[in-house]
Design a protein around this ligand. Sequence first.
Ligand code: HEC
Length: 307
Amino acid sequence: MIRALLKTLLTVAAVACAVSAGAWAKDNHLPYKKQHWEFEGVFGKYDKDALQRGFQVYETVCSNCHGVDHLYFRNLGQKGGPFYLPVCPEGVPESVKCSNPNQNPIVKAIAKNYKFKVTDGPDDTGDMFQRTPLPSDHIPGPYANEAQAKAANNGAYPPDLSLIIKAREDGPDYVYSLLTGFEPQPEIVNLTASQHYNPYFRGDMSQFLKDKYKTAEGKPLPSVEIPPGGVLAMPPPLTDGIVEYADPDTPQTVDQYAHDVVEFLSWASEPTMEERKELGFMTIAYLLILAAALYWSYRVVWSNVEH
Ligand code: HEC
């Protein structure tokens, strides 16, 4: 019985090792560039200006190919969101409650002027129709469905970005590294015009080696060093100056855009992070006070007991 159990355990361990070794061999990308993110850590908060700029980068550049399906326009104006207004700016009529995301004038304007319309319907004649988005709508993406998205991107699917930071290990550093990490194709490989080399993307560059670096069976020559990373169907999306920031002091560089869009996407993947941290802090403070009170009452109760 015990021997059988041991054997099973050993088999499981061996399979696990083999699987993880396999995964490692495939994922030979460069280690991600470690960045300092203000929103990480126990007391971390999002930087509101960075969130606003990040949304601008998403809207101007990324939304041409990627959706953020899980976000509603009104999320942008909720507490902790990029355009939250605790009180109304001057000139807004008194009847408007700006802290309510559905009435927030910035959110309303963003929805109204958004580059994509919302598909609604069916109307009285049974047809679907396009209309201007409202704060209560999902932020519409560029494609009607997955097939259309693939057709427009050489067969590759641009994933939804609303949860990408949570869906990938080391999400913020990974996306930052990917966006800033595109490189010209290594000399020893052959890529097509729609394959873009990035040493931070998971992949296996040995399959793209030029013939002269391969054996007759198609294996890499022993002397050849396989470049790290892989290829994506996404061309480098950011270039210096591609997004115009309102604040003239913020650099308009690939590095800054990547930081800002990662901040925005991190917020998108967990819009309630600040509340969660606050609640965690309050809970711990409460437990500490409770523990102190219990200890004190224990001392008081037992202080008069004769030994
Ligand atoms: C021209 C279209 C296009 C634009 C613009 C674009 N992407 Fe992409 N993106 C793609 C495609 C297509 C893929 C899938 C690549 C693949 O799997 O080969 C992709 C993949 C990605 C991935 C990798 C996801 C993974 O599986 O790990 C991330 C992250 C990403 N894009 C973020 C962005 C961000 C952020 C922006 C804006 C700064 C952006 N993209 C702009 C087309 C685009």
